[in-house]
Design a protein around this ligand. Structure first.
Ligand code: DAH
Length: 346
């Protein structure tokens, strides 16, 4: 009897040695699973052993059962240890394969920015806002009255010609300038007024380097008691220095507009030749930047202001022209073609 237990014990010992070797040699979780089935499965080597127990005399059963049971536990421990090892190796490999190179440059996203005209227009407006002007807008479709009549532009004025103005009907037109905003605001409000008014304007012009049927203007006006030409001059000198630089010199040339008296055209000294004459200023030394003047008494009459009580100045400028002078752009069409190579420079 002793010998049979001893031989069984050594048999189990041999099996365990073999099982330990095989389990530890497993290179994958699948292979390990096959080992589990081979040793502990329903028809596994150790399970077959247990089946044999039934044939043993009852007094030997507990001893043999213990031997086999201990053996099963050992195999299970090895399987578990090996499983942990293989899983951690697998995870390590996975992590290595999924490794992100955080030193790679990111995909840069293109940010948009303001169109140069929008930027220049708001720069202009801001200079006046900082002087206490309020921002107003008006309709792009106007009546003959607001665009011409109330601004003292006579019936036979060339601007009223179909060739210069885009008419929608006999009385409706696309505003040719931002000056009608003066009329809207003055009719609605009472002095003192300090207003800056940007907007689109339209003219029946063919497109070329300096013409576009749609362009932008900024209108400004100041109405109060005792407003003088000196106020106008001070305001515009300050404006020009803010937009074109501290050293900018200004020239006021007598001119004519129906809605101002006296009227002036304002030039800045050419930024390239500083006044001596060059190609940019066509040898003149000066570049026109805007029209201005003291608001005509007839305009005050039209909006119901007493011209003997109030005075005011007004001015109007083209945004494209200011932008072209500021950035040295020679073709107005660049603003409207949306060529990224042009726009990205701003
Ligand atoms: N409205 C004029 C134009 O389109 C510009 C202008 C000139 C506006 C003199 C004014 C001004 O307010 O006083 O050419």
């Amino acid at each position: 009897m002793e010998t049979s237990i001893q031989s069984l014990s050594s048999k189990v010992h041999d099996i365990l040695q073999e099982a330990e070797k095989a389990i530890h040699a497993s290179q994958s979780l699948d292979a390990l699973d096959r080992e589990r089935v081979h040793w502990l499965g329903r028809k596994g080597v150790l399970t077959e052993f247990l089946k044999g127990l039934g044939k043993l005399p009852p007094d030997q059963k507990p001893q043999v059962g213990k031997i086999v049971h201990t053996a099963k536990e050992k195999v299970e421990t090895w399987l578990e240890a090996c499983k942990l090892r293989l899983e951690s190796e697998k995870r390590k490999i996975q992590l290595q394969q999924e490794k992100l190179d955080i030193t790679l440059p990111g995909k840069s996203r293109k940010y948009g920015h303001l169109h140069p005209l929008t930027r220049v227009a708001s720069e202009i407006v801001n200079v006046f806002v900082q002087m206490g002007f309020s921002v107003e807008e008006g309709p792009e479709i106007e009546t003959d009255y607001y665009n011409f009549e109330a601004l003292n532009i006579p019936k036979d004025h060339p601007a009223r010609d179909m060739q210069d103005t885009l008419y929608l009907s006999k009385d409706l037109l696309l505003r040719t300038h931002t000056s009608p905003i003066q009329i809207h605001v003055m009719k609605e409000r009472k002095p003192p007024l300090r207003v800056i008014a940007p907007g689109r304007v339209y003219r029946a012009d063919d497109v070329d380097v300096s013409h576009s049927p749609m362009f932008h203007q900024v209108e400004g006006f100041y109405v109060d008691r005792d407003v003088s030409f000196a106020h106008l001059k001070y305001t515009l000198v300050h404006f020009a220095k803010r937009i074109f630089g501290e050293k900018t010199r200004l020239r006021f040339r007598p001119s004519f507009f129906p809605f101002t008296e006296p009227s002036a055209e304002v030039d800045i000294a050419c930024s390239v030749c500083e006044g001596s004459g060059c190609r940019l200023c066509s040898g003149r030394g000066w570049l026109e930047i805007l029209g201005a003047g003291m608001i005509h008494p007839n305009v005050f009459e039209a909006v119901g202001y007493d011209p003997s009580a109030f005075t005011g100045f007004a001015f109007g400028m083209g945004v494209e022209r200011i932008a072209m002078l500021k950035y040295g752009i020679h073709d107005i069409r660049l603003f409207f073609e949306n060529d990224m190579r042009f726009l990205e420079q701003f």
